[in-house]
Design a protein around this ligand. Structure first.
Ligand SMILES: Cc1cc2nc3c(=O)[nH]c(=O)nc-3n(C[C@H](O)[C@H](O)[C@H](O)COP(=O)(O)OP(=O)(O)OC[C@H]3O[C@@H](n4cnc5c(N)ncnc54)[C@H](O)[C@@H]3O)c2cc1C
Length: 333
């Protein structure tokens, strides 16, 4: 177990905020985690993954916990379905590379989403028509209320769009491993976001999971910042949902999705772009040129104040022009 005081978190949040934690603890197993006397640690206690959906707004006064539980174990090799259990500290994309490399279908459309396996089950990450819940079978966690091991079947995880029970009961459950169900059955999902176009010229009846993974990686590289090169936390704002009357009143020309309950979802990126924010800077922070839903640490030295300042400018302008309140997708810590 690693235990470091006054710990520099700058490498552990993809935004690259230069902040510190009073104490950082990285555990290697469920047993090590269970051996901690959490009440005796500096408070509050916050669990991170790779810090790719977080904005640290200042030094963290308490304890940051991190899982270094790293294993990928195939537990049931059925004729069709294959079950595997994966430690929460495994990089999610390494898990995908392993599964796709074994010719198995399921997570390939989620390729290159930053972050770790534990957080994937918290966030119900999604991309190109696939969500983590589609391949999760169960989630193993520690319930911090009574410090016992708890296992949830996927149906008990209350999954919704980027949502789960682990988000509702924030901080209660620490995920230590996730059980995934993948398949040998030929099942590429090519209907979303230009995946088919990226595979143009290929025989679509004879693809491997690795082919689809590579196509997705190509698409993502062309439009999203690589955290290894430029700091960000991905999509900064949620796409707002408004009534049809509101939509027709403020932005009838906007691209939009009609939702089954009659409400309308408007892409926040479109509004941000319309208001001229693309490429706009504040201190070291910038609205990403290639995708205005993303705020990046353009200089590498952006401060939390720069990012929050830009965020507030965007929120104020969208409110003024469209009478819509944007909410951040990124967790502010
Ligand atoms: C460039 C970029 C592109 C992205 N693209 C996408 C995308 O296409 N789709 C998508 O869904 N997301 C996307 N994201 C967001 C991000 O990758 C996901 O939200 C990811 O799941 C975060 O994982 P993490 O390990 O970094 O978690 P963190 O950001 O460290 O934490 C996220 C949340 O999970 C909790 N948590 C972390 N580990 C555990 C654990 N073991 N037990 C309990 N709680 C835990 C944290 O407390 C926090 O609330 C993108 C981010 C970036 C930077």
């Amino acid at each position: 177990m690693k235990r470091i005081e006054n710990y520099d978190l700058s490498k552990q949040n993809t935004f690259g905020m230069k902040v510190k934690a009073a104490l950082y603890i990285e555990y290697d197993s469920l047993e090590e985690l269970m051996s901690l006397d959490v009440k005796a640690l500096p408070q509050p206690v916050f669990h991170i993954g790779a810090g790719s959906n977080l904005l640290f707004t200042k030094d963290f006064p308490g304890t940051v916990l991190h899982s270094n539980i790293k294993f990928i174990k195939y537990v049931d090799m059925g004729l069709d379905e294959v079950l595997l259990t994966v430690g929460s500290g495994v990089v999610f994309d390494d898990f995908i590379a392993n599964v796709a490399g074994n010719g198995l279908w399921g997570p390939e459309n989620l390729s290159l989403i930053p972050g770790e396996v534990g957080a994937s089950a918290v966030q119900n990450i999604g991309a190109y028509g696939v969500e983590a819940k589609d391949i999760i079978s169960g989630v193993v966690c520690l319930d911090t209320r009574d410090w016992t091991k708890t296992v949830f079947k996927v149906g008990e995880c209350e999954y919704g769009y980027r949502d789960s029970r682990f988000k509702h009961e924030r901080g209660r459950y620490i995920i230590t491993s996730v059980l995934f169900r993948v398949t040998r059955k030929y099942s590429p999902k090519l209907e979303y976001g230009g995946v088919k176009a990226a595979l143009e010229g290929r025989d679509l009846t004879a693809l491997t999971p690795m082919d689809v993974r590579e196509a997705i990686i190509g698409i993502r590289r062309a439009k999203l910042p690589d955290p290894a090169e430029i700091g960000s936390a991905g999509s900064f704002f949620k796409n707002p949902v408004v009534s049809r009357e509101h939509f027709e009143r403020v932005a009838p020309e906007a691209p939009h999705y009609d939702l089954p309950d009659g409400t309308v979802k408007i892409p926040a990126a479109w509004m941000i772009d319309q208001l001229g924010f693309r490429g706009q800077k504040l201190g070291g922070a910038q609205v990403y040129e290639k995708q205005p839903l993303v705020i990046v640490n353009a200089s590498g030295n952006a401060t939390p104040e720069d990012v929050i300042g830009l965020e507030n400018q965007i929120i104020a302008k969208v409110q003024e022009k469209y009478d819509i309140t944007l909410h951040p997708e990124v967790d502010h810590i």
